[in-house]
Structures are given as C-alpha cells and as structure tokens.
Design a protein around this ligand. Structure first.
Ligand code: NAD
Length: 335
C-alpha cells in the first residue's frame, strides 16, 4: 500500500527536489498540497493531478482531518513554522515528516514530540543523508570497525548566501544563521559517524555585522565536539564559503566524502590498510529522497520507529543551543 503525503509549503525544496521523487517511491504517493499561495496550488495541483478537494490553504489546512487520503503531512516551510504546522498536523491525526532543523529551540522540539505522542502519530525529521549510499557506506565502515575506534571527525558545511532579504537571514523565521541551515549537517554527521552524543562543546563565531546579509544572524560559527569515547569533531558552519565534506578517522584508516551531503555527486575516498583510493559504496535501491519518504511510510505500515525521529532532531537542537552558548560566553559548555 502507498501512504498519502500532503506537502505543506511549496517552496524550492518541496517543488524542485521532493515532489518529483514520489515517482520512484514504493510506499508513498503525493496526495495533497498545502500553500498560502493560490497560484501555486493551481499550478502544482494540475501538474501532479491533485484534485481541488485535496488542495488546502493555511487557513483551511485543519480540515485535512477529514481527508482519509492523507496519512502524512510533510512540513517544508521556514524553520519557525515547523512547530505550529507540526502541532496542527498532529491534531488533525496525521503523521508528520518535518524538515531540518526540527525547530528553533529545544523547547519547540519537545512540544512537537509531545504533540505527536499525544495524537499517537509518528514524527520524522528530513535527515535525508541517512538514506544516501555514500553516507550509509561510511557509517557501515565505522560500525564494522574498519577504521578502529573513531578518533576524529573533520567536517565543513557552508555555502555563499545571496539575497539579504531571504527568510534564512531573518532571525524570527530562521532561528539563527548558518548553523541552523547548513552547519547542522556538520553536527548531524559528527553524531551519526561516531554514533555518540557530545558531552562538551567549544565554538567561535566570525560575522561581519556591516555586511547587509548578517544584520540578524551569524555567518561563520565553527565548533568542536568531544564524545564520551574520546572521539572528537572539528566542524565548520558558514554562509560565506562553499564547502560540503567530511573525513572520519581512526588508528586503522579513514574515509572521506566530498561532497558529502549534497543532493547528488557524492565522491568517496578511503585509506584502509593500503594507500588512499577512491571507493564506490554498495548500491542502494533508491535515491536518498525517495528512500527518506518511503522510510516513514514503512515505519507507519509496520509499527517501527523512524531512524531519524523527533528525538534525533531534538538532540541536534540541544547541541546547537550549546554551540551558541559556547560562542557567546567564550567557554567550553558541558552537556
Ligand atoms: P523556500 O523559501 O524555497 O520555501 C519556503 C516556502 O515556505 C515558500 O513556498 C514560502 O511561500 C513558504 N512560507 C510559508 N510561510 C512563510 C513565511 N511566513 N515566510 C516565508 N515563507 C513562507 O525555502 P526552502 O529552501 O524550500 O526551505 C524550506 C525548509 O526546508 C527549511 O526548513 C529548510 O531548512 C528545509 N530544507 C531542507 C533541505 C534538505 O536538503 N533537507 C534543503 C532545502 C531546504
């Protein structure tokens, strides 16, 4: 059976990246659209054959409770709207897929988890890299002990951001700067590569406040993480350089991916006994986006919990709050 998704927020990621990927899904189909813009509902409704009865505005959205064709609401709005729309979706009896970052604060994440729990519905965060072949391979190499115990993760995530008027540079809508949007990939990778939760955090920020883009949010915020095993992570988060890579190392070798968490084009190298060499991951049956969509459907159909549930989004936000505190106070923050 294919479960029905309602896509809420018809911006770039929803319309260009996610919606075309239902075509390759086994257990998921596009069933409804939710948008504040009537023209988008008409355009995408016609393109994807979504009847007018399954097109909602933000005002009529709560009526989705009466639509049995919708099992899951996928929230793809600016960050500060993740919590209110997740809560409304749960109240309407729907399971929720929510984009990263899960929300702006730990308190918001906890409220979202509570809302879905109360409704008896599942909550998953859009951490698509967990379904991407090269990332799956890197995690497997680490778990199989090919590197020995992980000692270091080095990871950089950034892009040069443009238009100063976009929501990503508006604190109220974005919740923060590069860390909330792209640096979170460095953090999340450090957590899934080590399989541990950090116990101490250092951070430094560098932002040119005279740059019209950075009046409200940070540009660079680099951070270090210490994990219980003694593993460490050095992480870049930036809105003024392009980078997207990681290398995880242990005494027996290392594996790196560059680009690591992009939509496509991942390239892997490893040094495992012999000299450094390119490495092809084991092929995965689906692209990362379709696999992510199907994972939640399969969890609902089989009664399992998603590998990246609300608890995982909450863990990232706990560390994010500690990173901001460490940078602000100029000290190591213990977790
Ligand atoms: P976008 O600006 O292209 O789209 C945002 C959509 O939200 C727009 O259609 C906009 O009309 C709508 N919206 C609703 N209320 C709004 C408001 N009050 N102000 C502004 N816009 C409002 O952004 P995007 O790049 O699609 O990002 C949306 C979400 O998806 C973000 O949380 C982002 O972090 C996440 N995202 C995830 C990935 C990924 O790879 N997992 C990639 C891109 C974006």
């Amino acid at each position: 059976r294919k479960l029905g998704y309602a896509i809420l927020g018809l911006g770039y990621y929803a319309t260009r990246i996610i919606m075309p990927r239902f075509a390759e899904c086994e257990h998921s189909r596009l069933a409804a659209l939710v948008s504040g813009t009537p023209e988008k509902l008409k355009t995408y409704g016609e393109q994807y054959g979504i009847p007018e009865t399954h097109r909602y505005s933000y005002e009529t959205f709560d009526r989705i409770i009466d639509n049995p064709d919708v099992d899951i609401v996928y929230v793809i709005t600016p960050n500060s709207l993740h919590r209110p729309f997740t809560e409304r979706a749960a109240r309407a009896g729907k399971h929720v897929m929510c984009e990263k970052p899960m929300a702006n604060t730990v308190a918001d994440c906890e409220a979202m988890i509570a809302a879905c729990k109360k409704a008896g519905r599942k909550l998953m965060i859009g951490y698509r890299s967990r379904f991407q072949a090269h990332n799956i391979e890197a995690i497997k190499l680490v778990r199989d002990g090919a590197l020995g115990p992980v000692r270091t993760v080095v990871t950089d995530h950034g892009f040069t951001i443009g238009d100063p008027k976009q929501w990503r540079l508006n604190r109220a809508l974005a919740g923060g700067g590069s860390l909330m949007d792209i640096g979170i990939y460095s953090l999340n990778a450090a957590r899934y590569l080590t399989g541990e939760e950090p116990v101490a955090v250092n951070a430094v920020e560098s932002t040119d406040r005279s740059d019209p883009r950075f009046g409200e949010v940070e540009d660079i915020i680099n951070f270090q993480l210490l994990f219980p095993s003694g593993a460490t992570a050095n992480c870049v988060s930036a809105y003024s350089v392009n980078c997207n890579r990681y290398r995880v190392s242990g005494p027996k070798g290392w594996v790196e991916i560059d680009p690591a968490t992009s939509y496509q084009g991942q390239a892997m190298r490893a040094q495992l006994g012999g000299p450094p060499a390119p490495r092809e991951p084991a092929p995965q049956p689906k692209n990362q986006f379709s696999a992510q969509l199907d994972h939640l459907s399969e969890c609902i159909l089989t009664g399992r919990e998603p590998i990246v549930g609300g608890d995982d989004g909450l863990k990232d936000l706990r560390v994010i709050e500690a990173i901001y505190r460490a940078a602000r106070e100029g000290r190591t923050v213990k977790l």
